[in-house]
Design a protein around this ligand. Structure first.
Ligand SMILES: C=C(O[C@@H]1C=C(C(=O)O)C=C[C@H]1O)C(=O)O
Length: 424
């Protein structure tokens, strides 16, 4: 039984993360203070392998079909909702969807709580008491070490990829590396979440079962049939000097290397969406998205879902169906996708886990949001004092390995900083 109750916005703390209890599988999806926080597991589905999205979708249809729901708010994100995080590669591809016991949402001035339980009407939590608890402590004595590869080794892998592109095997491949952070005691993930949501409010701060981060890239949002995807590709590091950064933004917007890389990514998204949408709109020129650490070329692709898509029933493709169709876009895989993904597998030298793959939420109407899990890290489930950070960049014919390494370092910054002390 699932029940959504409207709350006066004043019933919630400014920072929704203040509600998250420590030990009860906290989950989050937040941007500019709005979004969802959730905890407890009412139902969970684990999938893996090539069919991980289809299996999760089947499970969701079954759960949603059988659920008894009362919903007095009825906006996207109310009623039965699952949060999910998927594996990047088909193998192992470990993925999950979770229906939380408690979910608190806020969106454009409206607020709600949803509770799910078996048997009887589940009780509402005492949110005021939850919000009064102490804030989490920062991780102690964090040290960072190379993950699968040193920076120098990774540069030579990038050089290999540039060679393969030169030979005509492919046009673009996105290569990533990992760093290992080790703390003196288990990391309370709520600490980096507070920091990321504060420092990167324009990004989507997420956490699902150890996978957390603040991504600027929206793989797909579906809202009452309207579809949006924010494509990012083409990056320049910020200097911290506003005047210089404005000049760099102009340079980025004119850089043929970055525009080419961006074009591949936009095309791959538009092509993947077109079978599911009756109209897609692709702006001709990208804009420059300013983040505290980097700037990206960005394009918002929009469309309207067909109401009667053959494979998806009367409601049309759900946000999860769309995420499955879009993953991996050229922003995180490459072009052509199949060759790029095989090259990643061959030369990257690590398992990406859930990095660079869909993370987000969906409701029983098929609406929801899946971002790409970038600027992200995973708490090691076997040793929660260890956190694995990920960052990567698009490699094209004109790529310089040293510049790509510097770009990846800049993309580690959000999580690196979030694991440090500082204002919570
Ligand atoms: C791969 C990452 O980022 C992606 C690669 C980008 C690029 O190469 O310019 C830009 C944004 C993302 O699509 C990452 O953050 O790890």
């Amino acid at each position: 039984m699932t029940r959504t109750v409207e709350l006066p916005p004043s019933a919630l703390p400014t920072d929704l993360l203040d509600l998250l209890p420590a030990g009860a599988e906290p989950m989050a999806w937040l941007r500019r203070g709005d979004g969802l926080v959730a905890w407890g597991v009412a139902a969970r589905c684990r999938t893996s392998g090539h069919d991980r999205f289809a299996d999760a979708s089947d499970w969701w249809r079954e759960v949603a079909g059988a659920a008894a729901v009362t919903d007095e708010v009825e906006v996207p994100g109310t009623g039965l909702v699952a949060l999910g995080s998927f594996g990047f590669a088909d193998e192992p591809g470990d993925s999950l969807l979770v229906v939380p016991e408690v979910l608190v949402g806020r969106r454009e001035g409206r607020a709600w709580v949803t509770v799910t339980g078996s048997g009887g009407t589940p009780a509402l939590p005492d949110l005021a008491a939850l919000a009064r608890r102490e804030r989490p402590a920062p991780p102690r004595e964090v040290t960072f070490a190379d993950g699968a590869m040193s920076g120098a080794a990774w540069e030579s892998v990038v050089a290999d990829a540039v060679g393969r592109i030169g030979e005509g095997d492919l046009e673009k491949v996105v290569l990533a590396r990992d760093l290992l952070a080790t703390a003196a005691a288990p990391v309370d993930v709520r600490w980096p979440l507070h920091r990321l949501a504060g420092d990167y409010a324009m990004c989507w701060t997420f956490h699902v079962e150890g996978m957390f981060g603040a991504t600027p890239e929206m793989l797909v949002r579906r809202e009452r049939g309207l579809v949006t995807s924010r494509v990012l590709a083409g990056t320049i590091r910020r200097t911290g000097d506003d005047a210089r950064d404005a000049g760099l933004a102009g340079q980025l917007a004119r850089s043929s290397k970055d525009l080419e890389e961006h074009e591949y990514a936009v095309r791959s998204v538009a092509e993947s969406l077109s079978p599911y949408c009756s109209s897609t709109n692709v702006p001709e020129v990208p804009f420059v998205l300013h983040l505290p650490n980097v700037m990206h070329l960005a394009t918002d692709v929009t469309g309207v879902v067909h109401d009667h898509h053959e494979s998806a029933g009367a409601a049309g493709a759900s946000v999860l169906d769309l995420a499955a169709a879009l993953h991996p876009s050229a922003a995180v895989g490459g072009t052509p996708t199949k060759v790029a993904v095989e090259l990643i597998e061959e030369i990257e030298g690590m398992d990406r886990g859930r990095y660079a793959a869909p993370v987000g939420w969906m409701d029983a109407h098929g609406d929801g949001e899946f971002g790409i899990a970038l600027r992200s890290a995973e708490v090691d489930p076997a040793d929660p004092a260890t956190v694995r950070l990920f960052a990567g960049c698009g490699v094209v014919a004109g790529s310089d390995p040293a510049a790509e390494l510097a770009e990846a370092q800049a993309k580690f910054l959000p999580v690196r900083d979030a694991l440090g002390p500082g204002p919570a």
